[in-house]
Design a protein around this ligand. Structure first.
Ligand SMILES: Cc1ncc(COP(=O)(O)O)c(C=O)c1O
Length: 382
């Protein structure tokens, strides 16, 4: 899809463009359909119906029940609600949580917060391919473990963890299993019952809906405390007037994903493979993370000896991402890549290409040409 600046956008894991069909569905709710869904007048009940339909579309996509879906502002908030909520409500059983060193900062920083509040968190390591070792998980599970939190798809490498096996080991000790499925929902089929997921998060702006809307799935019977107090919205968990335009947009995005996910995956996967195969012809390049257990839209490639930031800066009309996370003043190498055993230099030399459903074959051809030329004319540090 052409954008205003004619940029070839390969940063869909950071955020996706809004699907025009999603925008069309959402716009009336920013204009004439503005009533509060909690209002009891006819206008309000009409809007409430739209929220109900959206909730059905979200629950249908992940095989859940309507009552198990809580609308939030996105995955960071959902992860905070879930991790802090489980910690608070299950602390009588224990104060031990298990997660993974390659999780998103939304999980890691919330875990750090809980550690400061007296909880013990075990961070599982990953192998060179980015996958956890199930034996390490087995050894880490305890009778006082209350929650295991492992992401489905890694946002930097696309690596897919063995979720079914993790969920089943977790349940053997009576703990809850939560998965950050932000980069998975809408791209691959997920049925919460099939995978044994008790809690998950999804985010609109990773699946062609706008920013500022997401959802929490929490299995019936799991009690979480109120995150915000007020009018008792969203089963009393998250009070506050609902973001109706966002909710309606998310519902539409889920409906589209359910219908189109399979054929999108095939097309995107063949574009990703073409890009990856061609870029790997450049000397001293390699893929970060398992190629066998990986989502179809991501390729994280190390261009050994180069500075990815410099390369990205020189790519005038290509939007990609480097593996490093920039905090306010410090530029750090990616915690995901270094946890997989990469040196800081190799982590700084890595670029994440994340494709989306609007990318074309022509765009991929151009990117291959642009990067191949760029490498020839760029300075190699080592
Ligand atoms: C795996 C993962 N988890 C959580 C988040 C946070 O999502 P949000 O932007 O909806 O807060 C992201 C976003 O980058 C992500 O990729």
């Amino acid at each position: 899809m052409a954008n205003a600046n004619n940029i070839i956008y390969l940063d869909n894991n950071a955020t996706t463009p809004i699907d025009p069909k999603v925008l069309d569905t959402m716009l009336p709710f920013l204009k004439e359909n503005f009533a509060n869904p909690s209002s009891t007048h006819f206008f309000g009940t009409q809007i409430n119906e739209a929220v109900k339909s959206a909730r059905i579309r979200v629950k249908d996509l992940i095989g859940a029940d309507e009552k198990e879906i809580i609308f939030t502002s996105g995955s960071t908030e959902t992860i905070n609600i879930a991790l802090k909520g489980v910690a608070e409500n299950y602390s009588e059983k224990g104060k031990h949580i298990i997660s993974v060193s390659t999780e998103h900062k939304a999980v890691l920083d919330t875990c750090k917060f809980l550690e400061n509040r007296g909880y013990e968190v075990t961070y599982l390591s990953v192998q060179q391919n980015g996958l956890i070792d199930l034996n390490e998980l087995k050894k880490s599970l305890r009778s006082d473990t209350i929650l295991v939190c492992v992401m489905f798809v890694n946002n930097e490498t696309g690596v897919i963890q063995p979720i079914k096996e993790i969920a089943s080991l977790t349940h053997e000790v009576g703990a809850l299993f939560m998965s950050d499925t932000t980069q998975a929902v809408g791209k691959i089929e997920i049925d919460v019952n099939d995978f044994g997921i008790d809690i998950l998060c999804l985010s609109g702006h990773k699946m062609y809906a706008p920013k500022g809307i997401g959802a929490l799935y929490v299995r019936k019977g799991i009690k979480l405390p109120a995150y915000t107090h007020g009018g008792g919205h969203e089963n009393g968990l998250r009070s506050g007037t609902l973001n109706v335009p966002g909710i309606v947009a998310l519902g539409k995005a889920c409906e589209i994903a359910e219908q189109e996910m399979k054929q999108d995956a095939e097309r995107i996967s063949s574009l990703r493979n073409e890009l990856e195969n061609e870029l790997l012809k450049i000397p001293d390049t390699f893929v970060n993370g398992s190629k066998e257990s990986r989502i179809h839209n991501v390729s994280n490639i190390c261009f050994k000896g180069f500075d990815a930031n410099v390369l990205i800066g020189r790519m005038k009309n290509v939007a990609v991402s480097n593996g490093s996370a920039c905090t306010a003043a410090i530029v750090e190498s990616s915690h995901v890549l270094t946890a997989m055993g990469l040196t800081d230099d190799d982590a700084f030399a890595s670029i994440r290409f994340s494709l989306g459903k609007f990318n074309t074959k022509e765009e991929i051809k151009s990117v291959i040409e642009i990067i191949s030329e760029l490498i020839k004319t760029s300075f190699r540090y080592a």
